[in-house]
Design a protein around this ligand. Sequence first.
Ligand code: AFP
Length: 355
Amino acid sequence: MATVEPADTHQYALDRDCTTLSRHVLQQFQSFSPEAQDISAIMNRLALAGKLISRRLSRAGLMDNALGFTGEVNVQGESVKKMDVYANEVFISVFKQSGLVCRLASEEMEKPYYIPENCPIGRYTLLYDPIDGSSNVDINLNVGSIFSIRQQEGDDLDGEARDLLQHGRKQIAAGYILYGPSTVLVYSIGRGVHSFILDPSLGEFILVQENIQIPEHGPVYSVNEGNYWQWEESFREYIRYVHRHEGYTSRYSGALVGDFHRILLQGGVFLYPGTTKKPEGKLRLLYETAPLAFLIEQAGGKASTGTQTLLDVVPEKLHARTPLVIGSQEDVKLVESFIDDWMRREAEMPASLKS
Ligand code: AFP
């Protein structure tokens, strides 16, 4: 009978270099400074939230009270799903008694949630969308969670969290968790974009790709074309352009995280323009578009509202929305060129001909 030498056993155990998320964060900081320890611990808690949500999603169809609507309407005027409520509470509960995060602000809560016992030491704020694309939950398609971490500035004694109303370059870290065939966590602390897959047998997120760089150009354009007649003419011109040129293909899943992940890895552009009724668009700045803009810039891509660099946008309120054009440099610039062109023509048009 063949005996297994210790060296071989070692090889079996480490069939790849298992870099866990918390180890990776510490490596990124190249120090054990208090900040490095804090961010590593925060990422660990976010990973725990991701594991809990992933577990519930994978069994949701077999459980009572996991799918469907609660009957409530959230601060955005949208019907709340049971999974939205569950995931929102998961993020709060993983940060309770952690000493890490003083405030949490999410799509599901009108005002930030304070954890007073954390505030004397944990002066970070977590902004998050607990379940992005929740209309996909009941039909077993991909959804995600988006997160952003900011340092609290000032004491916020009136509980208005005004210090959060600043541009996206104030983010210390950002990322998302994609619940698809595997559960993927992508994050950046401003030193590249890195991707991890949850190994359910280990219960750990393991590094799979470091320093992701988005291609300069990609074939995919991702947009809800059902809104075509509600967009400004510039977006309609762009869409007609891609229809008439070879090499473009459309993909749209109804969950921003899934569509963004495809574009991050394969290139292309995701668009959610404003409409005539809602010029500000649908997506929320602080916990949807700004974190993804932070990631795309780190990956060498570009994010804008169509007319302004997304990370420069200063929100007027916690739940402010922005139009979004995000993805490969060339593709975002092409969309912007249609907008510039249209604005120039509008400016030159005699007032009597303007609609
Ligand atoms: P929900 O989280 O409310 O389902 O919204 C998802 C989302 O914000 C984003 O994930 C999608 O890209 C976008 O909305 C889809 O919106 P449309 O259905 O209007 O295309």
